[in-house]
Ligand binder design. Structure first.
Ligand code: PNS
Length: 164
């Protein structure tokens, strides 16, 4: 049984993430979408909210499960018999950092990183840009699942009302 992980912050999950998860689900017997819950960045959605969105978004993939992880990704992989980390590469600009992480992770544990080229229609897509576009009233339909777009609209309105 070959199990892989698709790790990320997923704040929020985009259609680009789901494209990579879906393709990983065809390459491996099981895929764990692992949400990093380290407190390193300001998040729009908390870890439970991000995991709930992923569970709903990944419901159509029968070999995909969602989990949270804290600490090192390699420790999570060792604890869950995960043999590969699957990462989407959008452009050459992603490569330097992703290669560095892949090599660091390989130095920490016997784990392979598998790079999957992002589908061209999602090559510009990032959660941070989706949040920025939505915050200024831009249309993000087609970039995130509809239910995520609705949650995003509500959360941004809450933040705006709170003066954030
Ligand atoms: O969606 P992101 O923010 O690009 O996800 C980054 C993530 C969570 C995959 C990465 O930061 C990570 O693996 N964090 C866990 C901590 C860790 O293992 N750090 C060493 C990486 S070499």
């Amino acid at each position: 049984m070959r199990r892989a992980v698709c790790p990320g912050s997923f704040d929020p999950v985009t259609n680009g993430h789901l494209d990579i998860v879906g393709r990983a689900s065809k390459l491996f017997d099981e895929v764990v979408v692992a949400v990093g819950v380290n407190k390193s960045k300001n998040r729009l959605f908390d870890a439970e909210e991000r995991m709930d969105m992923l569970r709903q978004a990944c419901a159509g993939f029968d070999n995909v499960q969602v989990a949270g992880f804290r600490g090192l990704l390699t420790d999570f992989c060792s604890e869950h018999d995960i043999i590969a980390i699957v990462k989407g590469l959008r452009a050459v600009s992603d490569f330097d950092y992703e290669l560095q992480m892949a090599q660091m992770n390989a130095s920490l544990a016997p784990i392979e990183t598998v790079f999957v080229p992002t589908s061209p229609e999602y090559s510009f897509l990032a959660s941070s840009l989706v949040k920025e576009v939505a915050a200024f009233g831009g249309d993000v339909s087609g970039l995130v699942p509809d239910f995520v777009r609705e949650l995003l609209t509500v959360r941004l309105a809450e933040r705006a009302a709170a003066g954030d």
